[in-house]
Structure formats: structure tokens, C-alpha cells
Write a protein of this length. Structure first.
Length: 220
């Protein structure tokens, strides 16, 4: 069977990976894997069950039977829609704590790989190019300064009518980056063969056009 082509888009939160991956998947007509959402669902389940982050094995058991389904952008957990509920800063932070646990990462590996179906997959996350899909045809590592990412996050929250403080958002972002970069298993680092892109002074539309050129150059 021919191998299903994969494009990976890794990088820290707020760099624009989500928008870029969604647009790219739509443009090329491929499937989309938002692996961050998966870690967020695990965090949500941990929170709802009142489990301790220290209990890695118990969390991994829950992950193996996670009653979740992704339905065209909607996330259903135990029959309940949690699409918006998993997008809070609190769940993002808890997600980065459960993401440190090797049994949890191991339990999510096969499910993520199974998402690589024809005609292809755009996979968004932290370790897509290094661990989950090392054979990917194109690997992008998208960054932006912590200040810029805090500014974007602030704008997003304001649009939703939520007041937030930029400097405390920047502090949370730095804390999460540090945890993601320092962890022993699958840390946030670019794959050796990744193309590094910095979106600090670029619009996502501009980054998208640059990535499209790379996609064409590689014949994808
Ligand atoms: O991308 P998002 O902010 O939704 O991810 C939430 C958290 O999930 C990240 O901070 C990271 O700790 C974890 N994550 C991960 N590996 C991935 C995707 C997300 O460890 N592939």
C-alpha cells in the first residue's frame, strides 16, 4: 500500500499553527489532526474526574478508553460538546502538565497515527515531525515571540468579550513553553529536517502563501 503523505506543523502555542493547518488542510483537501485538542480533552477528562496529575498510570488508563469523537470541528466527549470548554487558559495549562507524562503520550500515539488516511494528513502539534510522523514529506516549525503571541491571544479574548492582562498572558505562555521544551519525552523542538518559519512580523496569510510554495516544490 502506498504511504499516505503527511505535512507536520509544530511549534509553540499562539504562533498561528491552528489557522495555518486548517487553511492548508482545506486547500489541499487533506484530513486535519489537531493533536493539541487531544491533549486538551485529556486534561478536561482529568479535571472532571478530579484526578491528580501525578497519577500517570490512572490517566493513561482513562486515555486508552477516552469517549471522544471529533465531528467536523466539533469535539464530543461523553456525548457532550466540549469544543469551547477545552480552549481556556486553565485547560491549556493542565494539558501541558499531562503532556509531560510518558504513559499518556504513549497511549495517544497509535490513535494519532491512525489519522493518516488518504489522500493525506496535515498534523498540528509539538512532536508531529519528531515523534509521531518522522516520515512526513514536509515539516514546518512555526514560531513567534512570546510577546507577539500574548498580543494575539489578548486580541482573541477581547473579541470574545473576555478581559485579560497582556503581561500575565505572556507569563503563562512562557511557563507553558518552558514546560513543553524542557520535558524529557517528545519535547517541543524542531525536527532536524524541519523548515523554520517565524510569524512574529508576518501575517498568517503571508506565512500560508510561503508554505503553499513549499508544498508545490515538494510535489505534494
Ligand atoms: O496546541 P495546544 O495549545 O492546544 O496544546 C495544548 C498543550 O498540549 C501544549 O501546551 C502541549 O503541552 C500539549 N501538546 C503536546 N504535544 C502535542 C500537542 C500538544 O504535548 N503534539
Amino acid at each position: 500500500m502506498p504511504e499516505v503523505p503527511v505535512i507536520t506543523i509544530d511549534g509553540p502555542g499562539g504562533a498561528g499553527k491552528g489557522t495555518l493547518s486548517t487553511r492548508l488542510a482545506e486547500h489541499v483537501g487533506w484530513h486535519l489532526l489537531d493533536s493539541g485538542a487531544l491533549y486538551r480533552v485529556v486534561a478536561y477528562a482529568v479535571q472532571q474526574a478530579g484526578m491528580q496529575v501525578a497519577d500517570a498510570e490512572q490517566i493513561a488508563r482513562v486515555v486508552r478508553e477516552l469517549p471522544v469523537s471529533f465531528q467536523s470541528g466539533r469535539i464530543i466527549w461523553q456525548g457532550m460538546e466540549i469544543t469551547a470548554a477545552i480552549r481556556t487558559e486553565q485547560i491549556g495549562n493542565l494539558a501541558s502538565q499531562v503532556a509531560v507524562l510518558p504513559p499518556v503520550r504513549a497511549a495517544l500515539l497509535d490513535w494519532q497515527r491512525e489519522q493518516a488516511c488518504a489522500p493525506g494528513l496535515v498534523a498540528d502539534g509539538r512532536d508531529m515531525g519528531t515523534v509521531v510522523f518522522p516520515q512526513a514529506k514536509l515539516k514546518i516549525f512555526l514560531t513567534a515571540s512570546a510577546e507577539e503571541r500574548a498580543k494575539r491571544r489578548h486580541q482573541q479574548l477581547e473579541q470574545r468579550g473576555i478581559t485579560a492582562n497582556i503581561s500575565s498572558l505572556a507569563a503563562t505562555i512562557r511557563e507553558r513553553d518552558e514546560r513543553d521544551q524542557q520535558r524529557v519525552h517528545s519535547p517541543l523542538i524542531p525536527a532536524q529536517d524541519a523548515v523554520l518559519l517565524d510569524s512574529t512580523h508576518r501575517t498568517i496569510a503571508d506565512v500560508f502563501n510561503g508554505v503553499l510554495q513549499l508544498v508545490r516544490k515538494r510535489g505534494l
